[in-house]
Design a protein around this ligand. Structure first.
Ligand SMILES: [Zn+2]
Length: 282
């Protein structure tokens, strides 16, 4: 559990993805995407990278149905939530877990985001010494979607459009919402929930997850700009060798891209088998 550490790399203030080096130095701490067409939520915070023990915990909960895994995930989520203290009075937030479709509920038996939110609620209340409200029926998932793991951002955005419905406008109207999920990847799901909540009158929507998948935006930047942008994916301190890409994520594409451009993998990435890439200190 001690191996789960906060992400110390320069990240976007809105979506939490890694910043390109130039953006971190000269920009307004906002990634290229968020500064042009930002998500519907105000800010997404998270505890650590979606890798290692943190990812194992999420898999235990989601796929092995080990409900107890929600407790440490909730503690990480509560800690991540405190990052919002400069933006908003945390006690005012109305917590809403990202809902799952009833078919998914039937097959899995629970909503993992709700279990994490319940555990996080206890952690947040303990640390701020005040009550926070959790609302689990105001937002509903009305459309079932297949796994989004292999989709790119634009496909995800289109797939998820209209998938959520607010069941009670009174409960969200004028409120500051804290949306809770297990992992933020492209942010398309959270952004669509936020869009629907704001459409129903919510003031602002904040997002908290224990884990953040990193590197998707970095990869897109590599595609559209020059290869030096890949440096964004390399951890800055020698001891923090972070795995940012795995065989299911665009790691393979990045590896072949680097090779196509004649960049030796030792320049910030090394192969770890199965098409996986692991970043290493430059
Ligand atoms: Zn961003």
């Amino acid at each position: 559990m001690q191996s789960v550490q906060p992400i110390l790399l320069a990240r976007c203030n809105v979506c939490g993805d890694l910043l390109a080096r130039a953006e971190a130095v000269f920009g307004d701490a906002c990634c290229a995407e968020c500064s042009t067409q930002g998500p519907s939520f105000a800010r997404a915070v998270n505890f650590g990278a979606y890798t290692g023990v943190l990812r194992q915990l999420i898999h235990l909960l989601k796929y092995e149905r080990v409900r107890a895994a929600a407790n440490p995930l909730g503690r990480f989520t509560a800690q991540a939530c405190l990052q919002l203290e400069g933006d908003i009075d945390v006690a005012e937030l109305l917590m809403i877990p990202v809902p799952v479709h009833k078919l998914r509920m039937r097959s899995r038996g629970f909503n993992q985001a709700e279990l994490i939110a319940r555990a996080a609620q206890r952690g947040i209340e303990e640390s701020i010494g005040r009550r926070v409200t959790l609302e689990v029926t105001a937002l509903l998932r009305v459309r079932f979607a297949e796994s989004q793991v292999a989709m790119d951002k634009e496909t995800r955005r289109q797939q998820i459009r209209g998938a959520f419905k607010v069941t009670s406008r009174e409960r969200v109207k004028g409120r500051e919402i804290l949306l809770v999920d297990d992992v933020l990847t492209t942010g398309a799901t959270a952004s669509e929930c936020a869009r629907e909540l704001r459409h129903a009158g919510a003031l602002r929507v904040w997002v908290v997850t224990p884990a953040r998948a990193l590197g998707h935006a970095a990869l897109e930047r590599v595609e559209e700009r020059d290869t030096s942008a890949f440096n964004v994916a390399a951890p800055s301190s020698p001891e923090s060798s972070v795995s940012l890409f795995d065989s299911k994520s665009p790691g393979t594409a990045l590896g072949s891209l680097l090779q196509r451009r004649g960049i030796p993998l030792k320049h910030g990435a090394q192969r770890v088998g199965g098409g996986a890439l692991r970043t290493c200190p430059l």
